[in-house]
Design a protein around this ligand. Structure first.
Ligand SMILES: Nc1nc2c(c(=O)[nH]1)N[C@H]1C(S)=C(S)[C@@H](COP(=O)(O)OP(=O)(O)OC[C@H]3O[C@@H](n4cnc5c(=O)[nH]c(N)nc54)[C@H](O)[C@@H]3O)O[C@H]1N2
Ligand SMILES: Nc1nc2c(c(=O)[nH]1)N[C@H]1C(S)=C(S)[C@@H](COP(=O)(O)OP(=O)(O)OC[C@H]3O[C@@H](n4cnc5c(=O)[nH]c(N)nc54)[C@H](O)[C@@H]3O)O[C@H]1N2
Ligand code: SF4
Ligand SMILES: [Mo]
Length: 751
């Protein structure tokens, strides 16, 4: 190794798989990125996106300087100029219209990023608005709501114990493309293959024969949106055939089991068969097979969440797991113990405040709050509808709602009427082109990393801290400094506010809350002593907060209370991560329900069953419906500016069964018009017989040919935006999640 060469180990922040990377740096630049073979979790696995952190870091279009929109065009400015503009614009609107005029949208990369995970709540509070939106409501909110009702908090999601199971019933997920979600497992496909090698069975329920379905023992092509009915019929069969076996460990901790058989009585396999599009015998066989399997699990993801019965399907996933003895059991679904702590580790054990939604209602459509935010499907009307509380100033952070949320055209129309907009983002893209100020965070290689979220959704208990690979340019603030500066400005402290001062306040408040929590070890120290110990490490900002969380977390050193416990310093000595082992049973201590039980029959879900029953009868078999899909070389909307990821055949095609194509008169390789209630797009038709008839598929995150962006690679392979077609009126009423799959469309030839 030459003296200018060094190797750094780092967790990939791009998706939920959290793979370890080995990064070789030569002469100040990335020479090579490959999988870290010594990573305790990923053991060298990497997907094609992992190595593109180099290209992302070097992308000339990635913003290095803030931008201000002047005369309709974005120009680079200094940070001082940008902050002065933020103060002028933000405070101007707040003074004129009040704090209720503020709106916020947080995107998916926030979940992979330490600074916003720790500090978003600070600037959101400082801003003082209830108009909060995020990508969660086009994604996993239904699972969080059902888990909240059942186990007590929105973070109490039961996770597949992939490495020890022998049977997986997978619905609406394609980990061969996505690398998994709400199931952090580097090399998810390899783990599925290992299960099959040890004699296990993989059944995939998906209207498309996805790559995961191709590699499964069985593929069942369900009608889109019908997973809740299918699962209800599986549960119904298990009850009616006397196959229930909850298990001794879980039985004392469940409530509501007795009401389920009658509640689910209408959903026999015969009754649902037509609506589900799967014959009754197959449904019953699946139920029997699942109940008989030793160590089995149901896992549902995007396809089960982004539909109008998303919460119901998510709930029934856990019902089937529970009634077959696979909850909180090796090889079933289990609850992680995250190293930095979380809602399932803090506070009193075994009981809590429980979970609720509707602590507020959206102004226009009166949709209930869930997880502290409103559904993003109501964002456009909240900006566009006059009245008290109308959003006039918007802040987006790490989000691209223009490509990612329903009814793009309506949202864009609304955004044009904003008085001021700020974006914290690395690109001038389809959304940030509307911003008056864009504040770019450092590159992904110029920041520290720790997966605060995904250690809570992980199939093993692991922890891995990464130091920045490169130092930031001295003028470039860290992302936490950007957020705390926004917080300070929003609180009226002016553009000159020092984020370090806001950070000190924030830390002291957090230490205060930890002192009140008897479950957090602090070795009898005072708040001042804790603060001194944290400061002594030299860490500030997100790292210092993380240190506090780790030290007072389940494996923490408790500031000396636990001799072998961890701290940030300790993590730094383990660049390949620390493995705390496989998941362990956590019932009942992880519960935070009021009753201290697993609520198998939450009232909100029971109350909605008549709607599910109605859906058995109200469906149109002839209707073409649109579903999405993901590709391994893509990541939602924002990695299409990386040449190596987008080169080759265009991927934004309309996949369609040849029989459907013949029916509507479109041909392979030709453009077709896809029309929904709210809009239309034109895409090239690609024939495939690996899709259920009457279902067509278009991926999301494309449509990069908009004016005023700076995405020179993406614009050349623009594709079309599938969210021009998704309908903001179609939602899961129990969670507010948008319906992104099963959109009624027509397809016609373009002449
Ligand atoms: N039709 C359809 N639509 C969908 C889906 C679907 O399946 N079908 N899936 C939905 C899902 S699951 C999700 S999660 C959403 C995603 O929705 P969004 O989160 O709104 O969209 P992304 O494409 O992830 O855009 C991320 C933005 O963050 C920026 N960014 C990237 N890294 C960073 C960073 O480190 N810091 C900051 N500040 N910014 C950064 C990017 O430039 C980009 O602007 O899309 C949803 N939309
Ligand atoms: N390469 C890549 N990886 C990603 C992302 C990405 O964009 N690209 N995005 C990341 C994000 S933000 C997320 S949330 C995860 C999502 O991870 P996954 O949930 O695995 O998402 P998909 O790969 O879209 O798989 C969803 C599957 O559901 C099917 N489906 C559609 N409608 C229905 C339905 O009604 N019922 C059933 N049973 N199936 C249906 C689709 O055909 C598709 O195969 O992926 C993450 N990883
Ligand atoms: S699977 Fe996800 S975490 Fe692993 S290298 Fe690929 S993008 Fe990164
Ligand atoms: Mo997502």
């Amino acid at each position: 190794m030459t003296p200018t060469e060094r190797t750094v180990f780092r967790t990939c922040p791009l998706c939920e798989a959290t793979c370890g990377l080995e990064i070789t740096v030569k002469d100040g630049a990335v020479a090579r990125i490959r999988g870290d073979r010594d990573d305790v979790f990923s053991k060298g696995f990497i997907c094609p996106k992992g190595s593109t952190l180099k290209q992302l870091h070097e992308d000339p279009d990635r913003l290095r300087k803030p931008m201000i929109k002047r005369d309709g065009k974005h120009v680079e400015v200094t940070w001082d100029e940008a902050w002065a503009e933020v103060e002028r614009g933000l405070m101007g609107v707040i003074e004129k219209h009040g704090r209720g005029a503020g709106g916020v949208y947080l995107g998916n990369p926030n979940a992979h990023n330490l600074s916003p995970l720790i500090y978003n709540r600070v600037w959101l509070q400082a801003l003082g608005t209830k108009q909060r939106f995020s990508a969660s409501s086009v994604d996993q909110v239904p699972k969080q709501v059902s888990s909240g009702y059942m186990f007590g908090t929105a973070a109490s999601v039961a996770i597949p114990d992939l490495d020890r199971t022998n049977y997986i019933l997978m619905l609406g997920a394609n980990p061969y493309a996505s690398n998994g979600s709400l199931c952090t497992a580097p090399d998810f496909p390899g783990r599925l293959e290992a299960m099959r090698e040890r004699g296990g069975k993989l059944v995939v329920i998906d209207p498309r024969k996805s790559k995961t379905a191709e590699n499964a023992d069985e593929w069942i092509a369900i009608r889109p949106g019908a997973d809740a009915l299918l699962l209800a019929a599986i549960a119904n069969t298990i009850f009616s055939e006397g196959l229930v076996n909850v298990g001794d460990h879980v039985r004392p901790h469940i409530a509501g089991l007795d009401v389920l058989p009658s509640a689910l009585a209408p959903f026999t396999a015969e009754a649902v068969t037509k609506a589900v599009g799967v014959d009754a015998e197959t449904i019953k066989r699946l139920a029997r097979e699942f109940a008989a399997a030793d160590k089995a699990l149901v896992y549902g993801r995007i396809g089960t969440c982004t539909v109008s019965f998303g919460t119901t399907a998510s709930w029934l996933v856990d019902v089937v797991n529970t009634i077959t003895g696979n909850l909180d059991r090796e090889g079933g679904v289990m609850f992680p113990t995250p190293a930095a702590g979380g809602p399932t580790t803090r506070g009193a054990k075994g009981t809590g405040k429980g979970f609720q939604i509707g602590r507020g209602y959206s102004r226009v459509r009166k949709f209930p709050e869930a997880l502290g935010e409103y559904p993003v499907s109501v964002l456009a009307e909240e900006i566009a509808t006059p009245g008290d509380g109308q959003i006039k100033v918007m802040i987006t952070a790490g989000g691209n709602p223009v490509l990612s949320t329903p009814n793009t055209l309506a949202l864009e129309d609304a955004m044009k009427s904003l008085e001021f907009m700020i974006s914290v983002d690395i690109y001038l893209n389809e959304t940030t082109r509307y911003a008056d100020v864009i504040l770019p965070p450092p590159s992904h290689l110029e920041r520290s990393h720790f997966d605060l979220v995904f250690t809570g959704f992980s199939i093993r208990n692991v922890a891995n801290y990464s130091e920045p690979v490169f130092e930031r340019d001295p003028s470039q603030p860290d992302e936490w400094e950007i957020f705390l500066k926004i917080a300070g400005i929003a609180q009226g402290m002016g553009a000159g506010v020092d984020p370090a001062v806001v950070d000190d306040f924030t830390l002291d408040a957090f230490i205060g809350s930890i002192m009140k929590d008897s479950s957090s070890p602090t070795n009898g120290l005072t708040a001042e002593q804790i603060r001194e110990q944290l400061d002594a490490t030299g860490a500030r900002g997100a790292d210092r907060m993380l240190d506090l969380m780790l030290r007072t977390g389940p494996y923490g050193d408790g500031f000396g209370e636990n001799a072998n416990g961890i701290s940030l310093q300790h993590m730094k000595q383990h660049p390949h991560g620390i493995d705390f082992g496989p998941l362990e049973p956590r019932l009942p201590e992880m519960l935070r329900t009021v009753s201290g039980k697993v609520e198998l029959a939450p009232p909100a879900l029971l109350a909605d069953l008549p709607r599910l029953e109605q859906s058995m009868h109200e469906f149109d078999d002839e209707q073409l419906v649109l579903v999405g899909r993901r590709h391994l070389r893509s990541n939602n909307s924002w990695m299409h500016n990386i040449e190596v990821l987008v080169k080759g055949k265009p991927r934004c095609t309309l996949q369609m069964h040849p029989n459907d194509a013949a029916r509507v008169g479109v041909k392979e390789g030709e453009q077709a018009r896809i029309t929904s209630r709210v809009g239309h797009v034109d895409a090239v038709v690609e024939y495939t017989s690996d899709i259920r008839e009457r279902v067509v598929s278009l991926p999301h995150g494309w449509g990069h040919d908009m004016s005023g962006t700076q995405m020179n690679v993406a614009v050349k392979r623009a594709g079309v935006n599938s969210n021009v077609l998704t309908d903001h009126n179609e939602m899961d009423p129990l969670s507010g999640n948008s319906v992104m799959n099963g959109i009624p469309v027509t397809v016609s030839a373009l002449v």
